[in-house]
Write a protein that binds this ligand. Structure first.
Ligand SMILES: NC(=O)c1ccc[n+]([C@@H]2O[C@H](COP(=O)([O-])OP(=O)(O)OC[C@H]3O[C@@H](n4cnc5c(N)ncnc54)[C@H](O)[C@@H]3O)[C@@H](O)[C@H]2O)c1
Length: 263
């Protein structure tokens, strides 16, 4: 007996689909049957955007893509309205777009602070707010917000990023209690996931391969995660099997946080 995740007929907004975790989520949501409206910073001709279309279309699903900066309030709201008009509504919102802004608390400038907060915190709320009128018209709508394991534990020099990410489980709680029971809101806090962003981190070390091996050894799972694993969790959280999951943020870190620092 199978336990299928069937999102056919579900109209899905996803931010940051042209790379990494967002690309993986788009593939999984399409595999489950969803129709996808994606956005990202890159132009429609960029290789990452072509990969997005390929990831969705290989499952026979329809996709649109819009190049925009989610920190641009007018562009973000216009995209939500256009996507809703094109798809005939919005059922599921996956707020994923984000970027590491790693600075120490003393070195961080006010501009860098605003950059981190506007992208990694405020844009998530603004997307949800713009989509809310459409979600109110939908059957069993769900919002997923991609936070980070930095919401719970961090390392020196990540101050504006981890501060913004730490606020996202709070945003998830507020949306769940204010917009429930109609709308469910769930957070996902990925640990180290194998993406171009992760590659940039490894490449910042003199020996990237050694740093990758050291990082993998920190994980009880013996490796870092994949975008497809975050995508599969998204599909599950958007499915009826997850009807009792709302207001919480799921940590997906390969067991890394279970290991004491001196372990
Ligand atoms: N990769 C990891 O290990 C990891 C771990 C925890 C959390 N995250 C979070 O997952 C999300 C995706 O990260 P990733 O590693 O896949 O990154 P990535 O750099 O591979 O991809 C980022 C995506 O977001 C889009 N984006 C970035 N800034 C944008 C903006 N201002 N407006 C519109 N789109 C924008 C990019 O176009 C791209 O599609 C982020 O929120 C990140 O903080 C990643």
């Amino acid at each position: 007996m199978t336990l299928p995740i069937d999102l056919h007929g579900r109209r899905v907004l996803i931010t940051g689909v042209s790379s990494g975790i967002g690309l993986g989520i788009a593939g999984s949501m399409a595999q489950a049957g969803g129709t996808i409206a994606g956005c990202g910073l890159e132009a429609a001709t960029a290789p990452g955007v072509q990969a997005f279309f390929a990831a969705v279309q290989q499952h026979g699903q329809a996709a649109t893509y819009t190049a925009l900066d989610v920190r641009d309030d007018a562009a973000l709201a216009a995209w939500v309205d256009e996507a809703a008009a094109h798809m005939g509504g919005i059922d599921l919102v996956i707020s994923n777009a984000g970027r590491s802004v790693f600075k120490g608390a003393a070195a961080c400038t006010v501009d860098e602070w605003h950059d981190a907060i506007s992208l990694n915190l405020a844009a998530h709320w603004k997307l949800c707010k713009a989509a809310y009128p459409y979600l109110q018209q939908a059957q069993e709508p769900v919002i997923i917000i991609i936070a980070s394991n930095h919401a719970y534990n961090t390392i020196p020099g990540c101050f504006p990023y981890n501060t913004a990410k730490a606020a996202l489980p709070g945003l998830v709680q507020s949306l769940a209690i204010e917009w429930g029971p109609q709308v469910r809101a769930v957070g996902i806090a990925p640990g180290f996931i194998d993406t171009p962003g992760g590659d940039a981190w490894f490449n910042s070390f003199p020996d990237p391969a050694a740093e990758r091996a050291r990082t993998e050894a920190m994980h009880p799972a013996g490796r870092i995660g994949t975008p497809a694993e975050i995508g599969a969790l998204c599909a599950f959280l958007c499915s009826p099997y997850s009807r009792f999951i709302t207001g919480s943020t799921v940590l997906v870190d390969g067991g890394r946080s279970a290991l004491m620092q001196d372990g």
